[in-house]
Design a protein around this ligand. Structure first.
Ligand code: ATP
Ligand code: MG
Length: 232
């Protein structure tokens, strides 16, 4: 379980997140939606300890993440797919997957071969350099790279941005398969369609503050939230 309590995040003097409280239960699937600049990526980077300065408490499986380094958070089972994907352009698809295997983990990992079977669109590209892949192919590779270590919490930052609808539809199945093995999900998105299919409940963020939290049914009933805080 991930518990975020009273989280504030700063870039230098700039105060970006204000008193955020949210929980992702073990195996639970939660969406965070909000328009550009609302603070979605800042939250995920704060959870990874990668960028913003923070105040407040972030607990993962009962343990305060405090000053734990990003690589150590990954070893604790938290996998992060950043919005810019960070594929290594000079390595092949296969090599990108191979180096993502974290040998410090005690739990079982998949092999690159097994992972390529799970992502059939990547299979034929296995010897292609990461740098020449399309945006959609890079996003699939970023997801496969996160999945290879069998994470217990997947942090996805706008995975559907700029992707063709057919790739987005396939990605719903990929995310559901990864989470089907008990992995929890915190999905930052602007696509309501994708978020609904991948998660059970939703938080809405606007200007660094949560303005709604609830099940999708409650979101649908909360008139005005969509127009006021999302604009999509
Ligand atoms: N490295 C940084 N230094 C200073 N300010 C930043 C930095 N990164 C983001 N910000 C600011 O923090 C605020 C939140 O940005 P963030 O990237 O978290 O939003 P977002 O919801 O992920 O937006 P998008 O949907 O465009 O990715 C914005 O006002 C942004 O300009
Ligand atoms: Mg972002």
């Amino acid at each position: 379980m991930l518990e975020v309590k009273g989280l504030h995040a700063f870039y230098g003097e700039s105060h970006v997140l204000h008193d955020l409280n949210l929980t992702v239960p073990a195996g639970g699937r939660v969406a965070l939606i909000g328009r550009n600049g609302a603070g979605k990526s800042t939250l995920l980077k704060s959870l990874m300890g990668a960028g913003p300065t923070i105040q407040g408490d972030i607990r993962w499986e009962g343990r305060s993440l405090g000053t734990i380094a990003p690589y150590a958070r990954a070893r604790l089972g938290i996998a992060f797919v950043p919005e810019d994907r960070r594929i290594l352009g000079n390595l092949t698809v296969f090599e990108n997957l191979k180096i993502a295997r974290n040998h410090a983990l005690s739990r079982p990992m998949a092999t690159p071969e097994e992972t390529l079977e799970q992502f059939p669109l990547l299979g034929p590209l296995k010897d292609r350099l990461g740098g020449v892949l399309s945006g959609g192919q890079q996003q699939l590779l970023a997801l496969a790279r996160a999945a290879i270590s069998n994470p217990r919490l997947l942090l996805l930052d706008e995975p559907t941005e700029g992707l063709a609808p057919v790739i987005v539809e396939g990605m719903v199945d990929d995310v559901q398969r990864i989470c089907g093995s008990g992995c929890a999900l915190l999905l930052c998105e602007q696509s309501l369609w994708f978020s609904r299919r991948c998660t059970d409940c939703v938080h809405v963020i606007d200007s660094g503050r949560l303005v709604f939290s609830g099940a999708w049914k409650e979101f649908d009933a909360a008139k005005g939230i969509r127009e006021r805080h999302i604009g999509i």
